[in-house]
Design a protein around this ligand. Structure first.
Ligand code: ZN
Ligand code: ZN
Length: 375
C-alpha cells in the first residue's frame, strides 16, 4: 500500500545533500540533545559555549552575510569580513556568495516565481521546502559579480564546508574535551554545535516564512514582507522585515530608536572602533513619506466603502476618518513638495508629522479591528 504523502513528494527533485544534513541536524536536536542534558546535565561552560557560538554565528549571518555582503549597507575592513565569513560558514547556510545570490534574487523578485523563498508557494516552502527541493535548473550566479571580485569571499566559497565542520563542530568539541574529557566533547558538539545550528538556521528561516506572513506593514504593502518586533528578539533585529524590504540598503532594520536590533548596534559599535565605515541611512523624510503613503492607501481603501463604517461605527467615526485622511494628504503633499524643492524641513515638523501619521495608522488599525469584529 502506498502512503499518499510519500507519493506526492517529487523524489526526482530532492536536493539530497541538504535534505540529509537538515534531517540529521533536526533529528539530533530534538532527540540526542535532550537525552544528553537529561543524562549528564548542563554546566556553565556548556551554556557559555552555546551562547558564544550562537551569537557569533547568528551575527555573522545578519551583520555579515545579510547587511554587509548582500546589501552593501556599510563598508568593512578585512578583520570584520574574515570573522563573519568564518563564523557565517558555521551556520551551515551555504557560502556567503551562494547566500547573497539567493537573497538578492529574493529582494528583486519577491513574491514571484524567481524568488527562491517565494511565500506565495506556501509557508513551509518559504521556511525550508526551497532548500529540500530543486524546482528548476540551476540559475546563473550573475547578480554577485561584485562579490566574486572579493578574494576573502571567494576563499570562503571554496573552503566553506570544511570550515563549517572544523569551526562549527570541531572547535566546540575540542574545547569541550579540554574542559571535561569525552563527555565534555560530546556535550559541546551537541549543544554548541548541533543545537546551535538548529536554532540559528530556524531563526533565519523564520524571516522568510513568519516575517512574510505575520506582522504589520507600516512602510509599504507592495510586497508580503512584515515587521515583527517579536521575531526581532530571536533574529538579532531582522524581524523588521517590512522596513527592510522597502529600504534594503539601510544598515538598520529596526529603524526606530526603541527597536530591538542588536545587528544595528553591533555595526554602530564597529564603526566607533574604526572597523567599519560608510553606514548607509535612509533620510528621515523619505521614511516618513513612505509611512504617510501607506497610511493614505489604507485610508483610501476604508473610504471606498463608507456605508460599512457609517453603519457599523456611526457617522462620527466616518467624519473623523475623512477629516484625518484629508489632513494626512495635506501633510504628505507638503512633505513631497519640500523634498522635491530640496527645502529643509525642521526636525520638530518631521517629528510632528511622524507622530500624526502613526496615530492615524493606529486609528486605521482600530477601525479595521472593529469592522472585523462586527462582520
Ligand atoms: Zn524577505
Ligand atoms: Zn535583505
Amino acid at each position: 500500500m502506498q502512503i499518499p504523502l510519500l507519493k506526492r513528494i517529487p523524489w526526482n527533485r530532492v536536493n539530497w545533500t541538504t535534505s540529509i544534513f537538515l534531517a540529521v541536524i533536526n533529528t539530533l536536536a530534538v532527540t540526542a540533545v535532550p537525552l544528553f542534558i537529561w543524562h549528564f546535565g548542563l554546566d556553565w561552560f556548556q551554556v557559555g559555549l552555546f551562547f558564544f557560538f550562537f551569537i557569533t554565528t547568528g551575527l555573522s549571518i545578519t551583520l555579515g552575510y545579510h547587511r554587509l555582503f548582500s546589501h552593501l549597507s556599510f563598508k568593512a575592513k578585512a578583520p570584520v569580513k574574515l570573522v563573519t565569513l568564518v563564523f557565517g560558514a558555521c551556520a551551515f547556510e551555504n557560502s556567503a556568495l551562494d547566500w547573497c545570490c539567493d537573497h538578492r534574487k529574493h529582494h528583486k523578485h519577491v513574491d514571484h516565481d524567481d524568488d527562491p523563498y517565494d511565500i506565495t508557494k506556501g509557508f513551509m516552502w518559504a521556511h525550508i521546502g526551497w532548500l529540500l527541493f530543486k524546482l528548476g535548473p540551476e540559475q546563473p550566479m550573475d547578480n554577485v559579480n561584485d562579490l566574486k571580485r572579493d578574494k576573502l569571499v571567494m576563499w570562503q566559497h571554496r573552503w566553506c564546508i570544511p570550515m563549517a565542520f572544523a569551526v562549527g563542530f570541531g572547535l566546540p568539541a575540542l574545547l569541550g574535551f579540554l574542559w571535561n574529557g569525552w563527555v565534555g566533547a560530546l556535550g559541546a558538539f551537541l549543544i554548541a554545535g548541533v543545537l546551535r545550528v538548529f536554532i540559528v538556521q530556524h531563526c533565519t528561516f523564520f524571516i522568510n516564512s513568519v516575517c512574510h506572513t505575520v506582522g504589520n506593514q507600516p512602510y509599504s504593502s507592495r510586497c508580503s514582507a512584515r515587521d515583527s518586533a517579536f521575531m526581532a528578539l530571536f533574529t538579532f533585529g531582522e524581524g523588521y522585515h517590512n522596513y527592510h524590504h522597502e529600504f534594503q540598503h539601510d544598515y538598520r532594520n529596526g529603524v526606530k530608536r526603541t527597536n530591538f536590533d542588536p545587528t544595528k548596534w553591533s555595526i554602530w559599535i564597529l564603526e566607533k572602533l574604526g572597523l567599519v565605515s560608510d553606514l548607509r541611512r535612509v533620510p528621515d523624510e523619505k521614511i516618513l513619506l513612505a509611512e504617510m503613503n501607506e497610511a493614505r492607501r489604507r485610508a483610501a481603501l476604508q473610504l471606498q466603502e463608507p456605508e460599512a463604517i457609517t453603519t457599523v461605527l456611526g457617522h462620527q467615526m466616518h467624519d473623523m476618518l475623512t477629516h484625518l485622511s484629508e489632513r494626512l494628504a495635506a501633510n504628505y503633499e507638503a512633505l513631497e513638495k519640500a523634498m522635491a524643492e530640496q527645502v529643509e524641513i525642521s526636525r520638530q515638523l518631521i517629528e510632528h508629522w511622524r507622530r500624526e501619521t502613526r496615530e492615524f495608522a493606529e486609528f486605521l488599525t482600530d477601525i479595521d479591528r472593529r469592522l472585523l469584529a462586527a462582520a
